[in-house]
Write a new protein. Structure first.
Length: 100
């Protein structure tokens, strides 16, 4: 569900309790993420997120395995939002890829 107004967006976020900060906190705690950048692509309604996640737990895992790990960690949160796009990197991969 997309919010049509700012008031509706605030109500949706209050009902789900899902914010970029809450997602970031969970990823840092459960995946030992060293860097988490979450962008709300929904215009503030909290229903569409894209994330860059850097964690040593991604080492020796395929992209699919990394996404499954993240999605399993955020299972309840993902069920409450419309769209979730993670981009997962090991610390070494992120050092090579991150914007200079």
């Amino acid at each position: 569900m997309s919010a049509r107004t700012d008031e509706e967006a605030t109500r949706v976020q209050n009902n789900t309790g899902i914010t970029p900060d809450s997602l970031r906190k969970t990823l840092v705690e459960k995946l030992e993420a060293q860097h988490v950048d979450i962008e709300d692509l929904s215009g503030g309604c909290g229903q569409m997120y894209e994330a860059i996640i850097v964690s040593p737990q991604f080492a020796k895992k395929t992209t699919l395995a990394r996404h499954r790990l993240v999605n399993g960690t955020l299972k309840e949160e993902i069920a409450a939002i419309h769209a979730w796009t993670p981009k997962c990197y090991t610390p070494e991969e992120w050092e090579k890829k991150k914007p200079q």
